[in-house]
Design a binder for this molecule. Structure first.
Ligand SMILES: [Zn+2]
Length: 200
Protein backbone atom coordinates (compact mmCIF):
# COMPACT_ATOMS: atom_id res chain seq x y z
CA UNK A 1 0.00 0.00 0.00
CA UNK A 2 1.32 3.44 -0.89
CA UNK A 3 0.65 6.34 1.38
CA UNK A 4 0.59 9.93 0.28
CA UNK A 5 0.89 12.41 3.07
CA UNK A 6 -0.19 16.00 2.93
CA UNK A 7 0.84 18.58 5.50
CA UNK A 8 -2.23 20.54 6.42
CA UNK A 9 -2.65 22.89 9.38
CA UNK A 10 0.42 21.42 11.01
CA UNK A 11 -1.25 18.04 11.01
CA UNK A 12 -0.24 15.21 8.71
CA UNK A 13 -3.24 14.04 6.77
CA UNK A 14 -3.47 11.17 4.40
CA UNK A 15 -4.50 12.29 0.92
CA UNK A 16 -7.50 10.29 -0.19
CA UNK A 17 -7.59 9.51 -3.94
CA UNK A 18 -10.66 10.77 -5.84
CA UNK A 19 -11.77 7.27 -6.78
CA UNK A 20 -12.00 6.34 -3.10
CA UNK A 21 -14.03 9.45 -2.29
CA UNK A 22 -16.25 8.81 -5.32
CA UNK A 23 -16.93 5.31 -4.11
CA UNK A 24 -18.05 6.66 -0.74
CA UNK A 25 -20.27 9.25 -2.42
CA UNK A 26 -21.87 6.43 -4.38
CA UNK A 27 -22.49 4.56 -1.13
CA UNK A 28 -24.03 7.66 0.45
CA UNK A 29 -26.35 8.06 -2.54
CA UNK A 30 -27.25 4.38 -2.32
CA UNK A 31 -28.21 4.92 1.34
CA UNK A 32 -30.59 7.70 0.32
CA UNK A 33 -28.32 10.61 1.13
CA UNK A 34 -27.28 13.65 -0.84
CA UNK A 35 -23.47 13.63 -0.72
CA UNK A 36 -23.36 17.29 -1.79
CA UNK A 37 -25.17 18.61 1.27
CA UNK A 38 -23.02 20.62 3.62
CA UNK A 39 -22.70 18.13 6.46
CA UNK A 40 -21.44 15.43 4.10
CA UNK A 41 -18.90 17.41 2.07
CA UNK A 42 -15.83 16.15 3.93
CA UNK A 43 -17.35 12.85 5.00
CA UNK A 44 -15.96 10.68 2.17
CA UNK A 45 -12.37 11.74 2.93
CA UNK A 46 -12.89 11.30 6.68
CA UNK A 47 -14.44 7.88 6.28
CA UNK A 48 -11.63 6.81 3.97
CA UNK A 49 -8.97 7.89 6.49
CA UNK A 50 -10.87 6.22 9.30
CA UNK A 51 -10.90 2.96 7.37
CA UNK A 52 -7.15 3.05 6.90
CA UNK A 53 -6.93 3.33 10.69
CA UNK A 54 -9.46 0.58 11.35
CA UNK A 55 -7.42 -1.68 9.09
CA UNK A 56 -3.95 -0.56 10.20
CA UNK A 57 -3.19 -4.14 11.20
CA UNK A 58 -2.93 -5.01 7.49
CA UNK A 59 0.31 -3.06 7.45
CA UNK A 60 1.90 -4.75 10.42
CA UNK A 61 3.10 -8.15 11.50
CA UNK A 62 1.80 -8.64 15.06
CA UNK A 63 4.46 -11.27 15.69
CA UNK A 64 7.09 -8.51 15.76
CA UNK A 65 5.75 -7.47 19.16
CA UNK A 66 6.88 -10.83 20.48
CA UNK A 67 10.39 -10.70 19.07
CA UNK A 68 11.91 -9.16 22.18
CA UNK A 69 11.62 -11.72 24.93
CA UNK A 70 13.13 -12.10 28.35
CA UNK A 71 14.61 -15.49 28.95
CA UNK A 72 15.30 -14.94 32.61
CA UNK A 73 11.98 -15.76 34.22
CA UNK A 74 13.40 -16.27 37.71
CA UNK A 75 11.79 -19.63 38.19
CA UNK A 76 8.35 -18.17 37.56
CA UNK A 77 6.20 -21.04 36.40
CA UNK A 78 2.68 -19.75 36.79
CA UNK A 79 0.14 -18.35 34.39
CA UNK A 80 0.66 -14.85 32.97
CA UNK A 81 -2.72 -13.29 32.31
CA UNK A 82 -3.79 -10.01 30.75
CA UNK A 83 -7.46 -9.64 31.51
CA UNK A 84 -10.34 -7.69 29.90
CA UNK A 85 -8.32 -5.86 27.24
CA UNK A 86 -10.75 -3.63 25.35
CA UNK A 87 -10.48 -3.75 21.57
CA UNK A 88 -12.28 -2.81 18.43
CA UNK A 89 -12.39 -4.65 15.15
CA UNK A 90 -14.69 -4.82 12.13
CA UNK A 91 -16.54 -7.81 10.76
CA UNK A 92 -15.61 -8.83 7.27
CA UNK A 93 -19.21 -9.63 6.35
CA UNK A 94 -20.74 -6.20 7.00
CA UNK A 95 -17.72 -4.00 7.81
CA UNK A 96 -19.60 -3.24 11.03
CA UNK A 97 -17.80 -2.66 14.35
CA UNK A 98 -16.96 -5.51 16.67
CA UNK A 99 -16.44 -4.13 20.17
CA UNK A 100 -15.26 -6.28 22.98
CA UNK A 101 -12.68 -7.40 25.45
CA UNK A 102 -10.13 -10.15 25.37
CA UNK A 103 -8.35 -12.10 28.05
CA UNK A 104 -5.02 -13.56 27.02
CA UNK A 105 -3.02 -16.00 29.12
CA UNK A 106 0.03 -18.14 28.67
CA UNK A 107 2.07 -20.45 30.82
CA UNK A 108 5.70 -19.58 30.00
CA UNK A 109 8.32 -22.21 29.38
CA UNK A 110 11.42 -20.06 29.25
CA UNK A 111 10.37 -16.91 27.45
CA UNK A 112 8.23 -14.05 28.63
CA UNK A 113 7.38 -10.73 26.99
CA UNK A 114 6.49 -7.33 28.37
CA UNK A 115 2.83 -7.60 29.31
CA UNK A 116 1.71 -4.75 27.02
CA UNK A 117 2.93 -6.79 24.05
CA UNK A 118 0.05 -9.21 24.39
CA UNK A 119 -2.37 -6.31 23.91
CA UNK A 120 -0.36 -5.14 20.89
CA UNK A 121 -0.67 -8.58 19.31
CA UNK A 122 -4.43 -8.44 19.88
CA UNK A 123 -4.74 -4.99 18.29
CA UNK A 124 -2.54 -6.01 15.36
CA UNK A 125 -4.99 -8.76 14.44
CA UNK A 126 -8.10 -6.78 15.45
CA UNK A 127 -7.30 -3.82 13.20
CA UNK A 128 -8.36 -5.71 10.11
CA UNK A 129 -11.58 -7.05 8.71
CA UNK A 130 -12.18 -10.06 10.88
CA UNK A 131 -14.50 -12.69 12.17
CA UNK A 132 -14.32 -13.19 15.92
CA UNK A 133 -13.40 -16.88 15.63
CA UNK A 134 -10.39 -16.16 13.44
CA UNK A 135 -9.26 -13.24 15.58
CA UNK A 136 -9.28 -15.51 18.63
CA UNK A 137 -7.37 -18.25 16.85
CA UNK A 138 -4.79 -15.89 15.30
CA UNK A 139 -3.92 -14.25 18.63
CA UNK A 140 -3.51 -17.63 20.32
CA UNK A 141 -1.46 -19.12 17.48
CA UNK A 142 0.86 -16.11 17.28
CA UNK A 143 1.72 -16.39 20.99
CA UNK A 144 2.05 -20.14 20.72
CA UNK A 145 4.44 -19.96 17.77
CA UNK A 146 6.62 -17.13 19.05
CA UNK A 147 6.84 -17.69 22.81
CA UNK A 148 6.67 -21.48 22.66
CA UNK A 149 4.99 -21.65 26.07
CA UNK A 150 3.45 -24.66 27.81
CA UNK A 151 0.03 -23.32 26.96
CA UNK A 152 -1.99 -20.41 25.59
CA UNK A 153 -5.58 -19.45 26.39
CA UNK A 154 -7.48 -16.68 24.64
CA UNK A 155 -11.09 -15.79 25.40
CA UNK A 156 -12.85 -13.01 23.52
CA UNK A 157 -16.23 -11.58 24.35
CA UNK A 158 -17.63 -9.10 21.86
CA UNK A 159 -20.67 -7.38 20.50
CA UNK A 160 -21.23 -7.20 16.79
CA UNK A 161 -22.59 -4.04 15.19
CA UNK A 162 -24.10 -6.16 12.45
CA UNK A 163 -26.30 -7.86 15.06
CA UNK A 164 -27.05 -4.93 17.33
CA UNK A 165 -27.64 -2.24 14.69
CA UNK A 166 -29.23 -4.17 11.82
CA UNK A 167 -30.68 -7.58 10.99
CA UNK A 168 -32.04 -9.19 14.15
CA UNK A 169 -31.28 -6.00 16.19
CA UNK A 170 -30.41 -7.59 19.48
CA UNK A 171 -28.37 -5.12 21.51
CA UNK A 172 -26.55 -6.45 24.52
CA UNK A 173 -25.94 -9.89 23.10
CA UNK A 174 -22.31 -10.87 23.43
CA UNK A 175 -20.53 -13.61 21.57
CA UNK A 176 -17.83 -15.57 23.36
CA UNK A 177 -15.07 -17.43 21.57
CA UNK A 178 -12.06 -19.21 23.00
CA UNK A 179 -8.92 -20.93 21.81
CA UNK A 180 -6.87 -23.15 24.08
CA UNK A 181 -3.49 -24.58 23.12
CA UNK A 182 -1.00 -26.84 24.87
CA UNK A 183 -1.66 -27.57 28.54
CA UNK A 184 -4.89 -25.54 28.52
CA UNK A 185 -6.22 -27.75 25.77
CA UNK A 186 -4.94 -31.06 27.09
CA UNK A 187 -5.32 -30.67 30.83
CA UNK A 188 -8.79 -29.98 32.16
CA UNK A 189 -7.54 -28.73 35.52
CA UNK A 190 -5.27 -26.14 33.90
CA UNK A 191 -8.08 -25.04 31.64
CA UNK A 192 -10.49 -24.62 34.55
CA UNK A 193 -7.86 -22.70 36.48
CA UNK A 194 -7.14 -20.25 33.68
CA UNK A 195 -10.83 -19.74 32.94
CA UNK A 196 -11.54 -18.99 36.57
CA UNK A 197 -8.63 -16.51 36.67
CA UNK A 198 -10.23 -14.83 33.67
CA UNK A 199 -13.51 -14.69 35.53
CA UNK A 200 -15.39 -17.38 33.58
ZN1 LIG B 1 -21.16 -8.90 10.43
Amino acid sequence: MTSHLDHDEGETKLVVPDEVQDALRTLLRWAGEDPSREGLIDTPARVARAWREYCQGNEEDPALHLSRTFEEVGGYDEVVLLKDIPFQSHCEHHMAPITGKASIAYLPKNRVVGISKLARVLHGFARRLQIQERLTAEVAQCIWDHLQPHGVAVVIEAQHGCMTGRGVRTPGVGMVTSRMLGCFLEDERSRKEVLSLMGY
